[in-house]
Design a protein around this ligand. Structure first.
Ligand code: FES
Length: 118
């Protein structure tokens, strides 16, 4: 399974194409990648490709939204989106990227916060 990945480091995007190792060899008890989440792939890549790959995970159920990233052009939660061959993974907003797929969420939360009562 091939992933098109954009990692944001040192102020610039780095686009790479990565082939995941066979699912049976990933140490996750999977027999195939279909149905596994994007965040699972990032965890495997952190172990097998680059231990510095940056991503954020918390609830792993699509509730907290901290794992939001742009997947196939749409901002979605990495823990709930299933992999497919040729998937594209990028930071949710390049201008807010801190490291790889991690973005500055405090600015997003501030923009979405309800106005203070007067
Ligand atoms: S880790 Fe909470 S929504 Fe993905």
């Amino acid at each position: 399974m091939r992933i098109h990945l954009t990692l944001y480091r040192d102020g610039a995007p780095r686009r790479i194409d990565v082939d995941l190792p066979p699912a049976r060899e990933a140490g996750l008890g999977l027999t195939e990648w279909e149905g596994a989440s994007v965040s699972t792939a990032l965890q495997v890549l952190q172990r097998t490709l680059d231990p510095r790959i940056g991503y954020v995970l918390s609830c792993r159920r699509g509730l907290c939204k901290v794992c939001a990233m742009r997947i196939d052009g749409e901002v979605q939660t990495a823990c709930t989106v299933p992999l497919h061959d040729g998937i594209t993974i990028e930071p949710a907003k390049e201008r807010l990227a801190l490291l790889d797929t991690v973005v500055e969420l405090s600015l997003v939360r501030k923009a979405r916060a309800p106005a203070a009562p007067h």
